[in-house]
Design a protein around this ligand. Structure first.
Ligand SMILES: [Cu+2]
Length: 260
């Protein structure tokens, strides 16, 4: 009897704690992020790394100020690793990404899913490498709900002779609520989760300004060379050139977002 009551009280407390936590989390950091933002190096050797873009809220409703306007599409790209912006412990690195990652090039496989949006396709570089995807159309994401948009990443191999203890890839993501040209970007039309690198998608002053989603790959295969000490953290951002070129939705040979 006492034991049962104790269990019940414990469960009630845990429930209250969980609700409290959820409330705080929603108001503080409910942004578009990856479902699993930290993965191990080359985990894909055991299959793929299954992940997802989590769209946490819609655009701003001008009447109520709530972030609950329906989302009609989303587009995401990883840095291409060619003209990307690389830092090492926060300091600019002028060498290539191959100094730290041996196999970057074709990071994304979309997991087919029409549960929210009816259409989806890859964003590829000129060699056909899949750098990201867009999805949109159909009924879309109703305001007040979240979307889990599934994809997988290829295994990332950290250069064994490098001192990288982690490599973080910074994504560019746009959640579209209304199709406009770049001059029409606002919290009411689009949420831009991009690094502020000077692209047309910076979104200065908007909800997602310089608050991008990231995928951090932790070194876990080759041990750090002894000369590395505790190792360094590498960050890879897409260039403004790449975002301007790749973060768009083309459908049937036409660009449908942003409007031109
Ligand atoms: Cu937000």
């Amino acid at each position: 009897m006492f034991n049962k009551l104790g269990k019940f009280k414990y469960r009630a407390l845990m429930l209250i704690a969980a609700i409290g936590l959820t409330g705080a989390w929603q108001s503080a950091v409910a942004h578009t992020r990856l479902k699993t933002p930290i993965i191990q190096e080359n985990a894909a050797e055991f299959g793929s790394d299954y992940n997802a873009v989590v769209i946490a809220h819609g655009c701003r409703n001008p009447a109520t100020n709530a972030m609950d306007v329906n989302t009609i599409g989303s587009v995401m790209v990883f840095p291409d690793g060619k003209d990307s912006i690389i830092t090492v412990d926060g300091q600019p690195h002028s060498g290539p990404l191959t100094d730290f990652v041996t196999n970057w090039g074709n990071p994304v496989t979309k997991i087919q899913d029409r549960s929210i949006f009816d259409y989806e396709n890859y964003i590829k570089d000129s060699l056909g490498n899949k750098l990201g995807f867009w999805t949109g159309g159909g009924k879309g994401l109703t305001g007040g709900f979240r979307a889990v948009v599934p994809f997988a990443t290829a295994g990332v191999v950290i250069e064994p002779t490098s001192c990288a203890k982690s490599v973080t890839f910074v994504l560019g993501i746009a959640d579209v609520c209304q199709v406009t040209n770049p001059a029409g970007f606002s919290d009411e039309t689009v949420l831009l989760w991009t690094p502020a690198v000077g692209s047309i998608y910076d979104g200065v002053g908007l909800d997602g300004y310089n608050s991008p989603a990231t995928l951090q790959v932790m070194r876990s295969v080759a041990p750090l060379p002894a000369s590395c000490g505790t190792g360094v953290d590498v960050v890879v951002k897409p260039s403004a050139n790449q975002l301007n070129r790749d973060l768009r939705i083309n459908f049937g040979g036409n660009q449908i977002w942003p409007a031109e």
